[in-house]
Design a protein around this ligand. Structure first.
Ligand SMILES: [Zn+2]
Length: 256
């Protein structure tokens, strides 16, 4: 197990869109936006239906765990509901893809295809799957509601990474205990900040100083933006309450 790496993920973005875009860094030319970490994205897909793809493969297990997350995780259910309400209905077959990834990444959101990649070779436990799906759904939610400019606007990327780290449970108490990072309340903020930084540095060729500067610039407003949860869900119980509130949000109006 390598718990410190388990939630590492990625936001990779459209190569084409970066061409001709001004601003942000001089290293532009050899920027690959993290696509190198997802070889299955560029290599042609599996020969569909090949024998290796049948039962009991990582892919099969990944899809089963994904279905379980979508059916049972209050975080995922709330995010899917919120996206449906915003006109971005998520379909399992269209918007999720279990793939082999490089290194220690667990997942990613491909803005070019609006697809969430789940790294079938790196996700082996249901709890981990729940967190990765939630984290990536937060990016997808941001993508849906805000026309995020992932490519040239570094602040948008930083903001979504802060929100994903804050709201997905990546930094929740139990996770932190298991990382032996016992701490105080501010520790949650510190955890969110460092995870956001790590995610950005994994996919962008920017200096640590530059990444820190942008994260600090947007931190307060993005850390305090809890949509669609309405609070920071520190536990499954919190997420359940948030989901219940979300489902009941129109009741008052309906009863008037
Ligand atoms: Zn992320």
């Amino acid at each position: 197990m390598a718990p410190s790496e388990e939630n590492k993920e990625n936001l990779f973005t459209n190569k084409q869109a970066s061409d001709g875009n001004k601003s942000a860094g001089s290293e532009r030319k050899d920027e690959d936006f993290g696509y190198g970490l997802y070889p299955d994205r560029t290599r042609r897909k599996y020969k569909e239906g090949s024998i290796g793809e049948s039962l009991f493969t990582f892919k099969h297990k990944c899809n089963i765990m994904l279905q379980f997350t979508l059916d049972t995780s209050p975080y995922a259910k709330l995010l899917l509901g919120a996206m449906r309400n915003s006109g971005c209905t998520v379909y399992k077959d269209r918007h999720f893809s279990c793939e082999d990834c490089d290194g220690t990444v667990s997942g990613g959101f491909d803005a070019a295809s609006s697809q969430i990649v789940l790294c079938q070779n790196n996700i082996h436990q249901q709890g981990h799957m729940n967190r990765v799906v939630t984290h990536e759904l937060i990016h997808a939610f941001d993508h849906c509601r805000a026309r995020v400019d992932w490519f040239s606007n570094f602040r948008h990327l930083a903001c979504s990474e802060i929100r994903a780290a804050n709201l997905s449970g990546d930094c929740s108490f139990i996770n932190e205990i298991s990382r032996f990072n016992f701490g105080l309340k501010e520790h949650h903020q510190e955890c969110v900040r460092s995870r956001a930084l790590r995610s950005i540095l994994a996919v962008r060729k920017v200096s640590r100083e530059e990444a820190e500067r942008v994260v600090d610039e947007v931190f307060d407003s993005c850390f305090n933006d809890h949509a669609p949860f309405g609070r920071i869900p520190h536990s499954k119980k919190d997420a359940k309450f948030a989901h219940r509130d979300f489902e009941n949000r129109d009741r008052y109006h309906a009863n008037l």
